[in-house]
Design a protein around this ligand. Structure first.
Ligand SMILES: [Fe+2]
Ligand SMILES: [Fe+2]
Length: 140
């Protein structure tokens, strides 16, 4: 497999994760109750907009690189408890940061400057999401 194909494969993993995150946050938002739940809904809904932007970008870039963008979301666990829900989200956001950093490195090696910078920006969005989730978790 060429380096470019490896990058396309990596970006498709990111894309499947993003689709899964949009579904997970939408699902969790519907299952968040009470005062803490209201706050969680607000944050998750804001993050959904960011993740939709990530999905759009990754889809366009995979097509531009000559790949076929996935429309299959990653499956996710469905804890009922708010704290366990957010712990799962924090773990996933942290994993996403690492994946984007890796793929930014691969893009740089291929001379894909715009892609490298944009993947780092997405990594920074996920870092912010992780921080917002950590803030709520501290109060639970
Ligand atoms: Fe994202
Ligand atoms: Fe995120």
């Amino acid at each position: 497999m060429s380096d470019k194909d490896k990058l396309i494969q990596g970006l498709n993993h990111d894309l499947a994760a993003e689709w899964g995150t949009i579904m997970r946050y939408t699902y969790q938002s519907g299952k968040s109750f009470g005062i803490a739940g209201a706050e969680i809904r607000e944050i998750l809904n804001k993050e959904i907009s960011d993740e939709i932007g990530h999905v759009k970008y990754l889809t366009d870039v995979i097509v531009d690189l000559g790949g076929e963008p996935t429309t299959e979301p990653d499956k996710f666990a469905k804890p009922e408890n708010l704290k366990e829900m957010l712990e799962l989200d924090l773990q996933m956001e942290t994993q996403d940061v690492e994946n984007y950093k890796n793929h930014a490195g691969m893009a740089e090696e291929l001379g894909e400057v715009e892609l490298k910078v944009k993947l780092e920006e997405i990594a920074s969005d996920e870092k912010r999401h992780a921080r917002e989730i950590r803030r709520i978790l501290k109060g639970l």
